[in-house]
Ligand binder design. Structure first.
Ligand code: ADP
Ligand code: ASP
Ligand code: MG
Length: 409
């Protein structure tokens, strides 16, 4: 008898019929003898709807009240799922994050889980009940409701699985696994049977929203067996996120991630002196704006051009800060572009294969796509391009690296 944590995302609980479908699935597992803890998201579109309601009242709603508001979506689905389970004769009980003491820090809208008191859940499991936990939400030490960031129900599920030492954490969603790239952008994308934690972490942090980054971090840290599966199709094995050792011979490229939420800013003609990077990025960091890629070019007239990327939602804020810094430093000008995207190739096999970057640049140039910025690490290469080239770029790279085919190392 195994203990399984199953998470069902927004689309999977998007209507009463779908919730009843989830209940049937959960019951099937129970009938096979497994213990099941279920984590659910809000019905699809609900979290966005709630955010829009707050924004209709205020441009600056307080973070505490936003968390009280958006956490309600998950409270609806836990109750509905339990009602559906009870209707088909499956004993079940719902819990909010606070009720199972998912203790987090107090960083509203991006809280981190610190501890879970699983005594109550364990007692229910022992009593033969299915436990249904609200995803995305927790409670801080003061007893205030917190949320874990968009897509955070994945992290609730993995954290529950880690706390309960579950045999597997299954993420049920609207695709039947992790693909070489988002199948909505490249229909030829291929489902992966396995991907390493390291690659999945990189894919998630570079924009593949199939799993929240923190859920992958958590699963890697606590060694939680994690699987992505379809909630609409039966019988598939989905994608297993594994440790690297289990890979006999890693393919060069696991997949292509992309991020549409990017913007870049450049400050030109800054006197090239020690401390200049700090003077430019210090105020940006103090304003809580996260900087991603950084490029600095030095001209032969003793000045430097400095370019960096930020999340698109922080673009205006960063631009205002940079204009002030430019005046203080006597820089020539500040320019910005909020219509850029980042496309990344990810694969642990890159470590042992040379020539991947040049093949990537050749494929993009063949399509006339101009590369605006480049950054590399051991297992990824990212390029920034104009947003109009996103689909073309992803498909060109998918073809160039033959990702639609069963890959040979
Ligand atoms: P849920 O509501 O179940 O949490 P999400 O919308 O968060 O579902 O995640 C599933 C979506 O992730 C898919 O519909 C797909 O469009 C997108 N996606 C992005 N990159 C990938 C990828 N590499 N493999 C599979 N799906 C991906
Ligand atoms: N409902 C939340 C969101 O839309 C959390 C989740 O779905 O995982 O981001
Ligand atoms: Mg999700």
């Amino acid at each position: 008898m195994a203990l399984i944590v199953q998470k069902y995302g927004g689309t999977s609980v998007g209507s009463v019929e779908r919730i009843e479908n989830v209940a049937r699935r959960v019951k099937q597992h129970r009938d096979r003898g497994d213990d099941v803890v279920v984590v659910v998201s809000a019905m699809s579109g609900e979290t966005n709807r709630l955010i829009a309601l707050a924004n209709a009242i205020s441009d600056t709603p307080s973070a505490r009240e936003m968390d009280v508001l958006v956490s309600t979506g998950e409270q609806v689905t836990i109750a509905l799922l339990c009602i559906a389970l009870q209707k088909i004769g499956c004993n079940a009980r719902s819990y909010t994050g606070a009720q199972v003491h998912i203790l987090t820090d107090s960083a509203h809208s991006k809280a981190r889980i610190m501890d879970i008191d699983h005594a109550r859940v364990c007692a229910d499991i022992k009593a033969g009940r299915v436990v249904v936990v609200a995803g995305f939400q927790g409670v801080d030490e003061a007893g205030d409701i917190t949320t874990l960031g968009r897509g955070g129900s994945d992290t609730t599920a993995v954290a529950m699985a880690a706390a309960l030492k579950a045999d597997e954490c299954q993420i049920f969603t609207d695709v039947d696994g992790v693909y070489t790239t988002d199948p909505r952008v490249e229909p030829k994308a291929r489902k992966l049977d396995r991907i390493t934690f390291e690659e999945m972490l990189e894919m998630a942090s570079l924009g593949s929203k199939v799993l929240q980054i923190r859920s992958v971090e958590f699963a890697g840290k606590y060694n939680v067996p994690l699987r992505v599966l379809s909630s609409f199709e039966d019988g598939g094995e989905g994608t297993l996120i594994t440790l690297e050792e289990e890979h006999v011979e890693a393919a060069k490229i696991a997949g292509i991630a992309f991020n549409r939420d990017e913007a870049k800013l450049t400050i030109r003609g800054v006197p090239d002196q020690p401390g200049v990077a700090y003077k430019i990025l210090g105020p940006v960091g103090e304003a809580n704006v996260e900087v991603d890629m950084i490029v600095q070019n030095v001209a032969n007239d003793g000045t430097t051009d400095f370019t960096f990327t930020v999340n698109r939602s922080d673009y205006r804020k960063a631009l205002d800060i940079l204009n002030k810094t430019a005046a203080e430093l006597g820089a020539r000008e500040v320019v910005g572009d909020a219509k850029i995207v980042k496309i990344s190739l990810v694969g642990v096999g890159m470590r042992s294969h040379a020539g991947i970057a040049s093949k990537m640049f050749a494929a993009l140039s063949k399509e006339g796509i101009n590369i605006l910025m480049i950054s590399t690490s051991e297992i990824k290469i990212s390029v920034v391009v104009d947003e109009k080239y996103l689909e073309l770029g992803v498909r060109a790279l998918h073809d160039a690296f033959e990702l639609a085919e069963e890959s040979v190392a």
